[in-house]
Design a protein around this ligand. Structure first.
Ligand SMILES: *[C@@H]1O[C@H](CO)[C@@H](O)[C@H](O)[C@H]1NC(C)=O
Ligand SMILES: *[C@@H]1O[C@H](CO)[C@@H](O)[C@H](O)[C@H]1NC(C)=O
Ligand SMILES: *[C@@H]1O[C@H](CO)[C@@H](O)[C@H](O)[C@H]1NC(C)=O
Ligand SMILES: *[C@@H]1O[C@H](CO)[C@@H](O)[C@H](O)[C@H]1NC(C)=O
Length: 283
């Protein structure tokens, strides 16, 4: 009983193993295809990025995806942002010098807010009229902390909007100056970055970095993984094929032997019958 069960169990196990083996081979081949694809896509992307970085003027594959404004437009944007910053600073400084820092008589109604106390420092304009960089004069406050400095000059106002305490700025004027400074500050700090995005120099820099640092490794490793998978799946497949061939060969041989035995038995039985019959002629 036991050997029969053992042979039966072994056969089942072998069948399961063979099926599992084929699934494994199919899986590794699919994985292999994915890595081959990745390898090629990565290679294409790397080549495209490199071409685009190397040829700023020529039309490359990436040019159609990335909308780059030409450099002159980008520079115009930068100039415009400087101009706006400069003009805002000028307007703020005019309000400070012509209104807040002058002690008007109560007759000058719109300009009189009962200004008193120390003079408000003017804002440092970071650009000359021709938009070249300008260093701050002493006594000017920087865009970084102008609102902080000016907050010390704000007075408390009556219902009519007149200062009741020492100070030269009403909260309303202060908040308008703060807004102007915020805009100027934003333009100065973010315009260069936005312009970089506009003329794609930021993208160029990023791409050349990716191409230099990541592309060689990506292509090398995806290639190695893909070659390794090919080798493994081929080896597993070949061993499965040989196993199947070997199994068939062995079954064939043992089956053949059994057949020979059957034939011998048959012949013996036939002979017996013939001998018993006696008079029956041989055919
Ligand atoms: C402020 O004063 C300057 C001269 O110091 C003058 O040119 C300018 O027009 C004045 N601005 C206002 C709004 O009064
Ligand atoms: C404002 O910033 C300048 C430098 O940028 C610094 O010298 C000054 O002390 C600051 N003032 C205040 C009130 O933080
Ligand atoms: C003007 O401000 C001073 C404080 O600097 C205050 O004593 C005075 O009452 C204020 N005048 C008016 C009309 O609000
Ligand atoms: C200006 O910016 C500061 C933060 O940087 C913010 O707290 C403030 O509310 C802004 N003021 C205005 C008027 O936008």
């Amino acid at each position: 009983m036991y050997p029969v069960f053992s042979i039966f169990g072994m056969q089942l196990l072998v069948h399961i193993l063979v099926v599992l083996g084929w699934i494994l081979v199919a899986g590794t081949f699919i994985l292999c295809g994915i890595f081959l694809l990745l390898h090629n896509v990565a290679g294409d992307a790397c080549v495209a990025m490199d071409q685009w970085v190397q040829n700023p003027a020529a039309h490359t594959a990436l040019d159609e995806i990335l909308p780059c404004v030409d450099t002159t437009t980008a520079l115009e944007t930068l100039a415009k942002s400087k101009e706006v910053t400069s003009q805002l600073a000028e307007v703020v400084n005019q309000v400070i010098t012509n209104m807040s820092n002058i002690n008007f008589s109560p007759n000058f109604k719109p300009l009189y807010i009962n200004q008193s106390g120390p003079l408000v420092p003017i804002l440092c304009n970071p650009f000359h009229a021709d938009l070249t960089d300008r260093a701050c004069s002493p006594g000017e406050v920087d865009l970084n902390n102008a609102t902080q400095v000016w907050s010390g000059y704000v007075c408390q106002v009556s219902a009519a909007g007149i200062c009741e305490t020492t100070g030269r700025l009403t909260p309303t004027i202060y908040s308008q100056m703060e807004a102007a400074v915020n805009v100027s500050y934003g333009l100065i700090n973010y315009a260069p970055f936005l312009v970089q995005l506009e003329d794609c120099s930021f993208a160029r820099q990023t791409f050349s970095e990716i191409h230099r640092e990541h592309c060689p490794g990506l292509r090398k490793y995806s290639r190695e993984i893909y070659v390794g998978l090919v080798i493994v799946s081929t080896a597993v497949m070949l061993s499965l094929i040989f196993w199947v061939i070997y199994g068939r060969e062995r079954r064939h041989r043992t089956g053949g032997k059994q057949e020979h035995e059957h034939q011998a038995e048959d012949r013996a039985a036939h002979q017996e019958v013939v001998e018993e019959g006696g008079e029956i002629k041989e055919h």
